[in-house]
Unconditional design. Structure first.
Length: 153
């Protein structure tokens, strides 16, 4: 019987399904033999205003509950480039760092580079190649500051 690793990911989003987010989920689904879970949920009740104190706490709590169980945060540079998305992605990065989650950047679709300001926020970067992304996840998860206790693997 084959042995598989599980990959629990949080993919940055801004409360809607962006093309980069959708493409990443499709890419991960196409990696042969990969067991993965997507903990990011790019939806919230529009009746909850993030501009109020209570709404802001609710949104932050929702993001935190999506990031906590993830092994890795995948930072989509294409989503970060959207001006209206920046505040959410900044919050997701802040929570990931607070929760000691590794961050891997992916360039925008059809681009090869990641802006320097994002590279500085991440542990590593990867490409839009599923096998390479998995290798990057394995590499960053093995770093001493992220090494999981045996029960968490």
């Amino acid at each position: 019987m084959a042995s598989y690793k599980n990959y629990d990911l949080f993919v940055t989003h801004a409360w809607r399904f962006h093309e980069d987010w959708t493409r990443l989920t499709e890419l991960m689904d196409q990696v042969p033999g990969l067991l993965w879970r997507n903990f990011s949920l790019p939806w919230h009740d529009p009746a909850i205003s993030p501009n109020t104190e209570a709404g802001g706490r609710f949104i932050r709590g929702s993001l935190e509950s999506q990031i906590i169980p993830a092994h890795v945060v995948v930072l989509l540079a294409g989503v970060y480039e959207i001006r209206s998305a920046r505040q959410w992605v900044d919050m997701e990065i802040e929570i990931a760092k607070k929760r000691n989650k590794p961050i891997i950047a992916l360039p925008p679709i059809n681009k090869d580079s990641i802006p320097d300001e994002l590279v500085a926020l991440c542990d590593t970067s990867s490409t839009w190649d599923g096998v390479r992304l998995i290798a990057s996840i394995d590499e960053v998860r093995s770093l001493p500051k992220y090494a999981a206790r045996p029960a968490e693997r």
